[in-house]
Design a protein around this ligand. Structure first.
Ligand SMILES: *Cc1c(COP(=O)(O)O)cnc(C)c1O
Length: 365
């Protein structure tokens, strides 16, 4: 192979965009473990009718292209969220919606502002699209610091509710003010809305600068199929669709997602209720041990834990993974634990007791 296009001193392609030097490949350091409680997917598994649909996909659906813009899926999603189909855009996961929407509304150098901590992919999507990322630490009550966010004059203002990783629900007042005062478009990421039972979809139907972003990766258990969607004014979602391009939801994903929406809603609701019940049980078990978990409205619990990175490593050594965060504003180190069947959380607690005893051995506080 010729290496003439590689600059010997920088090890870069001579024709590479300088922009991509700073863009990392996503690496959450997720070595396989026995019990993985790091990514907030549905730990009960796939809804039953979706599973049947997956097994029964006709070969002919795979040899042909899928639908251009997933019109049938948009209709089913629209009736699920209570919007009209022309307010919907679908994508290859909600990551694809976030990425496409940044490309649709950001000119090179435009500011993307986000409250911190929040979804780790936002600065990366901003970079990938040549945009300027501005992170603003949240307030002690875990609400975004809207004054500071608006002062950054963002073309794109990203908010997440319930927020990942804290689990905090943003107030309706905060969301309405963001939409009213933002100089550009507001993204509200509702990846966990099914668990909070609260949504800004109704607000998105009334204004023309709000894109609500949702996914079938969490409550619906379809993370591997990559189905996400956005809800906003027709003119807004049309531009996201242009920047997204055709054929982004594959034929299998569309079929399985449609089946889940049509036939598995009772299963989804039942498992959302179980997740909420087990979340509260896990939070209580942590409080019994002297910890102060943050109030969560999602399917995970975020708990301040000293030396969270070390505790995370000790947990991994015991076959269990939870996601550690170092030095979050106001709360310090935390662990985020995905909620699933109670047997899994019991196993987590056993490993956690052992891991913390080991890490804090000889440490008095
Ligand atoms: C998991 C998650 C997503 C990504 O979901 P996909 O649809 O699987 O791409 C988006 N936003 C937040 C806040 C998430 O936690």
């Amino acid at each position: 192979m010729s290496t003439s296009n590689i600059d010997m001193t920088t090890d870069r392609l001579t024709f590479a965009r300088a922009l991509y030097d700073a863009v990392p490949l996503y690496d959450p350091k997720r070595a396989p473990v026995d019990l993985d409680l790091t990514d907030n997917t549905n730990l009960w598994g796939l809804p039953p009718h979706a599973e049947r649909a997956l097994r029964e996909i006709p070969v002919a659906r795979i040899t042909r292209y899928p639908s251009l813009y997933a019109a049938e899926l948009k209709e089913a999603l629209a009736s699920f969220v209570g919007a009209k189909p022309e307010y919907l855009v679908t994508g290859c996961g909600s990551d694809d919606i976030l990425d496409s929407a940044m490309r649709a509304f950001g000119d090179p150098g435009s500011v993307v502002a986000s409250s911190e901590p929040s979804f780790a992919m936002i600065p990366i999507f901003a970079q990938m699209n040549g945009l300027t990322y501005v992170g603003v630490p949240e307030r002690p009550d875990h609400q975004p610091d809207l004054d500071a966010l608006l002062a950054a004059k963002p073309r794109i203002l990203y908010l997440c509710t319930p927020n990942n990783p804290t689990g905090a629900l943003l107030t309706q007042e905060t969301l309405e003010r963001a939409v009213r005062e933002a100089p550009g478009v507001v993204f509200i990421d509702e990846a966990y809305a099914e668990f909070s039972g609260v949504s800004a979809v109704e607000l998105a139907m009334r204004v023309d600068n709000l894109l609500v972003i949702r996914t079938m990766s969490k409550a619906f258990g379809l993370a591997g199929l990559r189905v996400g969607y956005g809800i906003g004014a027709p003119a807004l979602v049309r531009d996201v669709e242009k920047s997204r391009g055709p054929y982004k939801v594959n034929a299998m994903a569309e079929q399985v997602a449609l089946t889940a929406l049509r036939e598995d809603m009772a299963w989804v609701h039942a498992h959302v209720a179980l997740a909420v019940e087990n979340r509260e049980r896990l939070a209580a078990a942590l409080r019994d041990r002297g910890y102060a978990p943050l109030t969560s409205h999602a399917n995970y619990v975020c708990v301040p834990v000293a030396q969270a990175i070390a505790v995370g490593q000790a947990l991994r050594a015991r076959g269990v993974a939870a996601r550690p965060f170092a030095g979050l504003p106001h709360v310090g180190d935390t662990l985020r634990i995905s909620v699933g069947p109670w047997e899994m959380l019991e196993r987590f607690l056993v490993a956690f007791d052992d891991a913390t005893a080991n890490v804090y051995k000889g440490v008095t506080s």
